[in-house]
Each structure stands twice: as structure tokens, then as C-alpha cells.
Write a protein that binds this ligand. Structure first.
Ligand code: SF4
Length: 228
């Protein structure tokens, strides 16, 4: 069991799945920056949390419910949790845009569900993701595979934060959407293996930064380029 001061934010799982380096910059190095996507996402969550809890027909709707699991060492906040007459519980998470290709939204919702199950001593078999562009719910079934994947991501998150591990920057297409790109400096990897190697690569049009194998940037003093 984890103590309250060992709890990790559920939202960090989204950062971890998007990019492990982004997760480490935020949760190990304590860096943060906004871009239009993060601001839009925050406004959507604020809207979902706002407003009183209410009861409609046979459903009690709780907004902005705080979640905690000392077993998993997680803390967070659910956008909406529906409590149906008869004991059925349904977590609902609001997301900007459309469903993602990766499992990050389902993992976040599953982690919320694991917290709710522990808090309420119940089983929850499904929940929903509400995407801004679709404007309707997408059902998520909490089967063994999503539960197992979520547990593995929680373990990886804890290991990375406890080891204070910040993975190497690596330029990827998704860096364009990353609010931390100015702090991360993914292009600094062009200098890996030394300036001479970088200069040499400039004259080879088939060079692709993504193909450069991973090395530790601190080996060549790139920590001087890292924000603190
Ligand atoms: S800029 Fe790219 S490598 Fe750096 S944290 Fe963001 S996604 Fe990860």
C-alpha cells in the first residue's frame, strides 16, 4: 500500500503514453508549458467538472469527483461519474477532438475505474469517453486486456518517477503537437555523437534523425542544453 504522499496523478499516464520524455519533463523535472491543445483540453475538463451534481430519473450524476487508490498509488479527478439505481457505476471522461489511435484515453479511464472500484468496493464493467468532435459517447469495456495494459503503464510510470529517469529526446512527428517542444529541444539530438558527426550528416540527404539509435545525451554534455 502506498501512503498519501506517494500517490501519482492519473493524468501522468496520458503523458507517459504520449511520450515518456514528456512525462519525465513534467513529473520528474517539474516543467510545464501550455499550447493551444492543452488550453482547449483544460477548458473542456473545467466545463465537464463545473456545475452541481444532480439526479436525473434513476441516475445520480457526480461531477469532478476526486479519486484515490492507495493500493495502486494513484490520485485524480473524474469528469463525471454516474451512479445508477441498482448499484451500477459508470465513469465518463470528456476529451477534445476525436478518438486517438493509441490506448491512452482508455487507459486513463481504466485507471479511474480501478480507483473507483477500490473506493466503492464494487466492480465496474464499462465506462464512456465523450469526444468533442463526435459529440457522443464511446463505450469502453474494462476487460482483462485493458486492465492488464493499465497496470503495466502504472508500474512503468512509478518506476520512471522513482528512478528520476528522463529519457533521451528524439524528434518525432508528434513533437509538433507537444507543448514542451521548446523545453525538450528534440532537435538537440542532431548533435549526438558530436558536432563533427552532425556536420557530416548535413551533407547526406538520406539522414533521418528518427533513425539515429538511442544514446545517453548526458554522455556528451547535452545536459548543458537541457532546461532546468
Ligand atoms: S518534444 Fe517530442 S520528444 Fe520532446 S517531450 Fe515532446 S513529444 Fe517528447
Amino acid at each position: 500500500m502506498f501512503t498519501d504522499n506517494q500517490l501519482l496523478p492519473i493524468s501522468a499516464l496520458q503523458h507517459l503514453i504520449f511520450c515518456e520524455r514528456q512525462c519525465a519533463l513534467i513529473h520528474v523535472e517539474q516543467l510545464w508549458a501550455e499550447n493551444v491543445l492543452t488550453v482547449e483540453g483544460r477548458h473542456l475538463h473545467d466545463k465537464a467538472h463545473d456545475g452541481p451534481s444532480e439526479t436525473a430519473r434513476d441516475i445520480r450524476i457526480a461531477r469532478g469527483l476526486w479519486l484515490k487508490s492507495n493500493r495502486l498509488g494513484l490520485i485524480g479527478q473524474a469528469d463525471v461519474v454516474e451512479f445508477h439505481r441498482g448499484g451500477v457505476v459508470r465513469p465518463i471522461e470528456y476529451k477534445r477532438g476525436k478518438p486517438k489511435k493509441d490506448a491512452s484515453d482508455r487507459i486513463q479511464l481504466c485507471a479511474q475505474t480501478l480507483c473507483l472500484e477500490e473506493m466503492l468496493e464494487t466492480d465496474i464493467d464499462e465506462g464512456f469517453l465523450f469526444y468533442g468532435t463526435r459529440k457522443r459517447r464511446t463505450k469502453v469495456e474494462f476487460d482483462a486486456s485493458i486492465r492488464d495494459l493499465t497496470m503495466r503503464k502504472i508500474e512503468r510510470l512509478r518506476q520512471m518517477i522513482e528512478d528520476r529517469e528522463t529519457p533521451t529526446a528524439r524528434r518525432m512527428p508528434k513533437c509538433e503537437k507537444c507543448s514542451l517542444v521548446e523545453l525538450c529541444l528534440p532537435d538537440s539530438q542532431r548533435f549526438r555523437n558530436g558536432v563533427a558527426a552532425w556536420n557530416d550528416r548535413q551533407f547526406h540527404c538520406d539522414d533521418d534523425v528518427d533513425d539515429v539509435p538511442e544514446t545517453d545525451p548526458f554522455d556528451i554534455g547535452l545536459d548543458l542544453l537541457e532546461p532546468r
